[in-house]
Design a protein around this ligand. Structure first.
Ligand SMILES: N[C@@H](CCC(=O)N[C@@H](CS)C(=O)NCC(=O)O)C(=O)O
Length: 213
C-alpha cells in the first residue's frame, strides 16, 4: 500500500494515483501546526516538506519525481508517452515546467502575499517570482493554441503538473487566467480522477472552496 504524506503538491500525487487506479492512503501533515512532533513523518522526510511517499521500502520526496516513479513502476496507463513517441519532448518539458517554472514561482508569491509582514509583501523577489510565473505561462498559452493538452491531444501527467500550478495561481494569488487556460482547467476539473482526488484531499478542497467564495 502506497502512503502519501501531505496535501499541497501531494494533490498531484493523489490525482495521479486516482488516474492510475492504484490503492493508496493519504496521511495528513499539518504544516501550519508544525511538524516538529511528527516523528513518523520526519522519519520519511527529515527536511519536513510535503509531499512525500512511502511505498514498501521506498521513500521519496518531490512531486514530479514521485509521479515519474509511479508511472515508471506501475505503468503509465496512457498517462506518459513512450520516449520515442513524437509527443514525448513536450510531455517531458511541461511535466517539469509545471513545477520548476510555474508552481515553484507562484508558491513564493503566495507566501509573500499571505504570510510576510506588510512591508515585505511586494518585495523584489516576490515580483521576480511573479515575472517568472507569467513568462513561463506563455509557453502553456502557446501550447493550448496548438493542442488540447500539454503533450498533444491526450491527457497526460504533464497536465497534472501544470494544472495544479494553475489552480495554485488562481486560488492562492487570484491570478486571472486567460480564456484558453480557463477552458483547459474546465477540461481537467471534469476528469473523474481530479474529482476523486479532491474528495480525498479535504484540506485542499476546503482551501479551494474558501478561495472561490
Ligand atoms: N518541488 C517540491 C516543492 C515542495 C514544497 O515546497 N512543498 C510545500 C508545500 S506544497 C512545503 O512543504 N512547504 C514547507 C517547507 O518547504 O518547509 C515538490 O514539487 O514536491
Amino acid at each position: 500500500m502506497i502512503t502519501v504524506f501531505g496535501e499541497g503538491r501531494g494533490f498531484r500525487v493523489v490525482w495521479l494515483l486516482e488516474e492510475l487506479g492504484l490503492p493508496y492512503r493519504l496521511r495528513g501533515v499539518d504544516l501550519m501546526a508544525g511538524v516538529a512532533d511528527d516523528a513518523e513523518f520526519l522519519e520519511i522526510n527529515p527536511a519536513g516538506f510535503i509531499p512525500a511517499i512511502r511505498d514498501g521500502d521506498v521513500t521519496m520526496v518531490e512531486s514530479i519525481a514521485i509521479m515519474e516513479y509511479l508511472l515508471g513502476r506501475y505503468g503509465p496507463a496512457g498517462l506518459a508517452p513512450a520516449v520515442h513517441d513524437q509527443t514525448f519532448p513536450a510531455y517531458q518539458q511541461f511535466l517539469h515546467l509545471g513545477e520548476a517554472g510555474l508552481a515553484a514561482s507562484i508558491y513564493f508569491v503566495s507566501g509573500a502575499r499571505r504570510l510576510a509582514p506588510e512591508r515585505e509583501r511586494d518585495n523584489w523577489s516576490a515580483r521576480q517570482a511573479m515575472d517568472v510565473f507569467t513568462t513561463r505561462l506563455t509557453m502553456v498559452t502557446r501550447q493550448l493554441q496548438r493542442a488540447r493538452y500539454m503533450a498533444g491531444d491526450q491527457f497526460t501527467a504533464a497536465d497534472i503538473s501544470v494544472g495544479y500550478a494553475l489552480e495554485l495561481a488562481r486560488r492562492n494569488v487570484g491570478f486571472e487566467l486567460g480564456d484558453a487556460e480557463q477552458a483547459y482547467m474546465t477540461r481537467l476539473r471534469e476528469r473523474g480522477g481530479y474529482q476523486r482526488a479532491l474528495e480525498v484531499c479535504q484540506a485542499t478542497r476546503r482551501w479551494w472552496t474558501s478561495a472561490d467564495e
